[in-house]
Design a protein around this ligand. Structure first.
Ligand code: SF4
Length: 445
């Protein structure tokens, strides 16, 4: 659990010497607690205090790194139960599975499909994070053959899923430099898997039915020096998953219980597409660090990545687009100009409607610090002055010849003051983006 300012203060020299730039040790302690200062700014802190503070600074759920280079995936490292308390740091990683029993051509196609799987949403490019090779065959030959294909055709982070330590070791000899996740150590192979995790510096998942057994194995793995752990309590039902995952998160955050202070992994397999979306959604919301899916269907994956994107967008840093003038179609001096804010979701709701109108048009995007139209208006980030200022900066009068600007219908109240501030004729557009095509066709002149 994070230390309070007072807890930190007790560990400082308490001389108020000001060498750290703060007027007192207490002020410095408060800054440290808020992560607005770094301990090395105090030259007189003792080694003992450094150790205690360093231990306390570690997140209650360890951040585990899987993969390497640009394809590194970090999971865990969370410090709160609910996003509104602070923020979530590492979004749930999504892996797609490749069974080693697939015929060669099917396997090639599956790996290719996983590589090419991508989605565009609110201006973000979303791809699949990892590939999990599953040792369905029970033989190391097929597992290694599948691994060879994946190494040759993908740079994504890898999960090596086999219960056989010898098979895992053969695989690690080929790909340890890519820092794969070993899945999984269990009661029957713990010592061997821990040795591999330690020797090859590979993070390792532990699987066990129920939290008591998982807790016991985790403690053993920690004492055996496993590189970094991921937990799978093997829930049999979604209800059990929700219960187990929540208990793990609460034990690590509320009790600072280290053996359960690791990210959670969940394999989600079903023939029912709705079931996959349902289970994955629950796991992403509470509290899986990684999910492994077997479905490559876009209609299954899109809602899952969308939910993940919504949960893991930091509410304090909304997704934005660049404030500027965006042309749509073959615009000319007579094209209409609409204005909106730079909240990404707003932009990507409005722009397809402009495109759908088939009328070349401009969209002027102002800097509203990522707020939507009504929120920005209420927060005085979408005011007549800001809009007029943006029009001036972007020299709108040189872009079009008509001096008419269309504002969103919800902020019709801005029209008078915007006319005064800009000298332009203000037209009130539709309230909803879906009304844009009809508006441009019937009202714009
Ligand atoms: Fe206190 Fe250290 Fe800052 Fe001096 S440098 S005021 S001892 S925290």
């Amino acid at each position: 659990m994070a230390l309070s300012g007072l807890d930190i203060y007790k560990l400082l020299p308490k001389t108020n010497c000001k060498k750290c730039g703060s007027p007192t040790c207490l002020t410095f302690a408060m800054k440290l607690a808020m992560k607005k200062a770094s301990l090395d700014q105090c030259p007189d802190v003792t080694e003992e205090a450094k150790k205690a503070l360093d231990q306390a600074a570690r997140p209650p759920i360890a951040a585990i790194s899987i993969g390497s280079g640009d394809n590194e995936v970090v999971v865990g490292g969370e410090t709160v139960l609910f996003r509104h308390e602070k923020t979530f740091y590492h979004q749930t990683a999504i892996a797609l599975s490749v069974d080693d029993i697939l015929p060669a051509a099917d396997m090639d196609q599956r790996v290719k499909d996983i590589e090419e799987m991508s989605f565009e949403r609110v201006g973000q490019h979303i791809t699949i994070d990892m590939i999990a090779i599953v040792n369905k065959s029970g033989t190391s030959e097929k597992f290694i053959a599948a691994l060879d294909k994946i190494i040759a055709n993908s740079k994504k982070a890898i999960i090596l899923a086999s219960d056989d330590a010898k098979t895992i070791e053969e695989a690690l000899k080929k790909c340890a430099d890519r820092r794969p996740l070993i899945y999984a150590a269990s009661g029957s192979n713990l010592k061997d898997m821990c040795r591999l995790s330690k020797d090859y510096k590979a993070p390792m998942a532990i699987k066990a039915k129920g939290l008591d057994e998982l807790d016991k194995l985790s403690q053993e793995a920690m004492s055996l020096g496993a590189e970094g752990l991921v937990l799978d309590p093997l829930p049999e039902t979604l209800n059990q998953a929700l219960n187990d995952f929540t208990q793990i998160r609460r034990a690590s955050l509320k009790k600072n219980y280290r053996p359960l202070g690791y990210p959670i992994i969940s394999f989600i397999n079903s023939d029912d597409k709705y079931r996959i979306v349902q289970d994955a959604s629950v796991c992403i919301a509470k509290y899986a660090g990684l999910i492994v899916l077997d479905s490559l269907d876009k209609e299954v994956l899109l809602p899952i990545v969308t939910l993940r994107q919504n949960i893991y967008t930091d509410p304090q840093k909304p997704v934005t687009v660049e404030p500027k003038l965006y042309p749509f179609g073959a615009v000319d001096k007579n094209s209409p100009v609409m204005v909106t804010t730079n909240f990404s979701l707003t932009f990507y709701t409005v722009s397809p409607e402009i495109e759908a109108s088939k009328m070349p048009a401009y969209l002027l995007v102002t800097d509203s610090e990522g707020m939507s139209v009504l929120t920005a208006w209420a927060a005085e980030k979408f005011t007549p002055e800001i809009i007029a200022d943006t029009m001036k900066k972007l020299e709108l009068e040189n872009v079009v010849s008509h001096k008419k600007i269309i504002i969103p219908g919800y902020v019709s109240v801005l029209s008078g003051k915007l006319e005064d501030a800009s000298g332009w004729n203000v037209m009130v557009g539709p309230k909803e983006a879906s009304g844009i095509p009809k508006y441009l066709k019937e009202v714009w002149k």
